[in-house]
Every structure is written in C-alpha cells, then in structure tokens.
Design a protein around this ligand. Sequence first.
Ligand SMILES: NC(=O)c1ccc[n+]([C@@H]2O[C@H](COP(=O)([O-])OP(=O)(O)OC[C@H]3O[C@@H](n4cnc5c(N)ncnc54)[C@H](OP(=O)(O)O)[C@@H]3O)[C@@H](O)[C@H]2O)c1
Length: 287
Amino acid sequence: MCVQGGGQPWQNGAVTVAPDFLYGTAWKEDRTAALVELAVRMGFRGIDTANQRRHYFEAGVGEGLAAAYRAGIVTRGDLFLQTKYTYQPGQDHRLPYDPTAELATQVAQSMASSLEHLGTDRVDSYVLHGPASGHGWTDYDAEVWGAMARERDAGRTRLLGVSNVSLRHLQQLAATGAELPAFVQNRCFASRGWDRDVRAFCAQRKIVYQGFSLLTANLDVLRHPLVSGIAARHRATPAQVVFRFARAVGMLALTGTSDPEHMKQDLAAGALTLSDDETRTIEAIAG
Ligand SMILES: NC(=O)c1ccc[n+]([C@@H]2O[C@H](COP(=O)([O-])OP(=O)(O)OC[C@H]3O[C@@H](n4cnc5c(N)ncnc54)[C@H](OP(=O)(O)O)[C@@H]3O)[C@@H](O)[C@H]2O)c1
C-alpha cells in the first residue's frame, strides 16, 4: 500500500491496516467524483464513504476512482476504501436494500451495491454507520455485526468497523463475545477530552480510532491562543496542528475538505513534529 502525506501508515505488526489520513466524501453531491479524483491526485490514499445516498454519493466516489485509475495515478491496490452499512432510519427514500428484508439480507444487498458503486470486488473496511439505539448495543446490532463478519469471511471486506459509538456500546459489544472491530469512527469533540474514554478502550485493544469533525466540532480550539501559538512556532495553520495532534494521540484523522490548498495542508500536517508538551497542552485544552 502506498504511503503519502508525510505520516506513517497504520501497522498491525507487519500488516498495513490503513494509510495515515482518510479523505471523507460526505455532502459533496455532484462534485463527489471530481473531488475524489482530485484528492487522489493530491496524495490521499484512504477514502471514506457510505452507501447512504442522503449524505453520500457513493457511485460518484466510484466515478472519481475510475478516473484516477484511467489517468494512471493509482491502481486499486494502492488505495484503502472504506464504506458503511446504514440502518433505514439513517437513510432517505434512496435505499440500497429491500427494507422489508431481514437485516442480514440488507447488509448483503448494501455491500453488493457498494462494490458495484466503487467498481471493486472487495473494500478494505466495512463500517456499521451507527448502532440501532443511542443507549446501547442491541440484538439488531448483533445481527448486523454477524452479517458484516460473514461479508468479511466471504472476502468482500478486509476489515470491519463501527461508528458513532459510546464506550457503553463498545463494552456491550465486547460482552457478547463477538469479535471486536478493527476501527471505531467517531465525531471527536475536544470538550469531551477528544473522546478520551472511547480512545482508551480502543488503545487497549489495538482498535484504530478514526476521528471526524476534528475541525468543525472544535472551532474554539482552532481559535485558542495556545493553538495559534503552537501553529506559529511550527509555521503551520491551526488546522494542521489539530490534525497532527490527532495523529500524535493515536487517531486516524478524516478530512472532507473541498479545497486543493487545504488538501495539501492536511496531508503535510503529518510531517510536523509536535513536542510531548505541545501534545499534552492540546489534549488538555478543553476538558
Ligand atoms: N460516521 C459518520 O457518521 C460520519 C459523520 C460525519 C462525517 N463522516 C466522515 O468524515 C468526513 C469528514 O467530515 P468532517 O465532519 O470531519 O468535516 P468536513 O465536512 O470534512 O469539514 C471539514 C471542514 O474543515 C475545513 N478544512 C479542512 N481542512 C482545512 C484546513 N487545512 N484549513 C482550514 N479549513 C479546513 C473544510 O473547509 P474547506 O472545504 O473549505 O477546506 C470544511 O469546512 C466526511 O466526509 C465523512 O466521510 C462520518
């Protein structure tokens, strides 16, 4: 797998689990294909999407990838592709499965549709977009998780993940005795210690924590004088400092920027070197 952006890829022993940054494809609508192609040209090798037409245009992601392959920028083998299964309440009327079918069948149908959209016979990571209930891991989730594991066993994904989960969800999932995810993808609020509890659970179990909304959920941090000071010292932007900080505390960051200059800056953040003191300062900034 190709490594870009100045950061190190995620390794589990000798196995490369994921690249050092993920390009997010939500909310791009008819710009999706062009932006995905651009992101790959700029150096992103990890792509995050979902078979949820309400927020993502997964077929557009596939078009962008196809254009990148045609242009000879990358091959499928250079990329880490991640998509998601989304329960019906998270979808609009444009469903990638028969809503009257059993959940396990919905998972299989959603995966088949994702593979078609993305023009591949296997993704690298398949993520449960969010559990059925905000309160805990339910039997519905257990059924979907089992179906996702069967997709993996059939070779249609390399790894599995869960998203929008609390520590309680993860503890309850673990208590079922089911296998743990390779990835947890959460919105990361500095005001909650940058999702400290979930990150600690992940770190103890070698689960890679993927953080999204690192900028948009933390506007106060971006404007904080301590962060501006660190950014000035490194001749970097506050956004770059936040992305580099995320990596320093063990996160795999997502960015969904539509701006080529920001794409460059986000990837270049991997090359910054924050001191332990600076990392601790940012970690403690908001709670
Ligand atoms: N699992 C889930 O439920 C879930 C939910 C939300 C998102 N996601 C994933 O995460 C991805 C990222 O979403 P996100 O919520 O993190 O945010 P986002 O939608 O990517 O927004 C990032 C914002 O930060 C700005 N930005 C990026 N780099 C910057 C830089 N270097 N300097 C200044 N501004 C910069 C962008 O503006 P410009 O465009 O102008 O650069 C944009 O306004 C999504 O596309 C999706 O793949 C997953």
